[in-house]
Design a protein around this ligand. Structure first.
Ligand SMILES: [Zn+2]
Length: 322
């Protein structure tokens, strides 16, 4: 029996015992104890087909008991994957690192899991000693690579049409955003970024040909957390030898919608790519403020630990690529 169903049934048997049984067998502890496994079995037989049906036919939004989904068949994967956790949008808020960031980092740190954190650099200009100290200590631990996620991550409008930060504003302006950010990082944090990942927003696309040129021209930029599967312009950039690209598999991610970690969606995608060596998993810890969302994130991480995944920072993994 799949683990999830067994869990639900044990739970239901327990609930039945603790709610119904006292009326039927008041005070008869032994009768209750003997009946529990019977109930669990009956429940398993009755529930299994309906749960399986619910799994395949129910709309995604239908409520399901926690842990009820059976895992897809994962036996086709022969080697644990490399996982690059790409978590976005760190910026200073009220002089501090927000508690949702420290919560997420504690979870990963306790499990010795490495990750990459995307920094929005504008607030580095007014960085407090507290903010700087936190970034530096995580950086110095070797567990976190801080990478360049943009200057302000703001969209802008031309003729009422929205554009994301690294789209359509020309090479000079884009390169200035790289250069200003690198300068501030060096000044405040004592290191430059080696990795870039452009920010999204309401506009179409997250980078353009000028961004590709900037990646080639900014000396410190070595790795691109590509926001999509590798394409022709990415291949051409990589062929020049300076920049390595870690691309994305859309179906395999921490979040199914921006800001919403989703274990079920993750596992469904994960099962479809047994031969893929690595996955870049994107997430937004500032959106994980509810216990449910954080629990889904934690569940994905725990599953990957079970899978013996190898967690690496973007630069570490890029260094293994030919
Ligand atoms: Zn972002």
């Amino acid at each position: 029996m799949p683990l999830g169903i067994s869990y639900v049934c044990t739970k239901m048997a327990h609930m039945t015992m603790t709610t119904t049984m006292p009326f039927l067998f008041p005070g008869r502890g032994l009768a209750r104890a003997l009946l529990a496994p019977v109930m669990a079995f009956v429940c398993a037989v009755m529930m299994a087909p309906s749960l399986r049906a619910a799994d395949t036919n129910a709309p995604a939004s239908a409520p399901q008991p926690a842990g009820a989904e059976a895992l897809p068949d994962l036996s086709a994967r022969k080697k644990p994957p490399v996982i690059i956790i790409k978590i976005d949008d760190l910026r200073q808020i009220d002089g501090k690192v927000h508690g949702l960031w420290t919560k997420c980092q504690s979870y990963l740190k306790e499990r010795n899991i490495k990750c990459g954190i995307g920094v929005i650099c504008q607030t580095l200009a007014e960085a407090t000693p507290e903010y700087v100290k936190w970034i530096k200590s995580r950086h110095d631990s070797g567990e976190v690579e801080f990478w360049f996620h943009g200057w302000d991550h703001a969209s802008y409008k031309v003729d009422d049409k929205p554009f994301n930060e690294f789209v359509g504003r020309g090479y000079e302006e884009q390169k200035k955003r790289f250069d200003d950010s690198q300068k501030l990082a060096q000044e405040k944090l004592g290191f430059e970024f080696a990795t870039f990942g452009p920010g999204g927003g309401p506009g179409k696309g997250t980078f353009d040909a000028d961004t590709v040129k900037a990646m080639q021209d900014v000396p410190g930029m070595k790795v691109w957390l590509y926001p999509q599967p590798l394409d022709k312009q990415g291949e051409e950039l990589v062929a020049k030898g300076k920049v390595k690209i870690l691309d994305r598999v859309w179906a395999v991610n921490l979040e199914s919608k921006v800001g919403v970690p989703d274990f079920k969606a993750f596992i469904k995608g994960y099962a479809k790519y047994p031969d893929r060596e690595y996955f870049v998993l994107q997430g937004h810890p500032m959106s994980w403020g509810t216990p449910e969302r954080f629990a889904e994130f934690a569940r994905i991480i725990d599953f990957l630990v079970e899978q013996k995944a190898v967690f690496m920072t973007p630069s570490e993994f890029a260094a293994t690529l030919k």
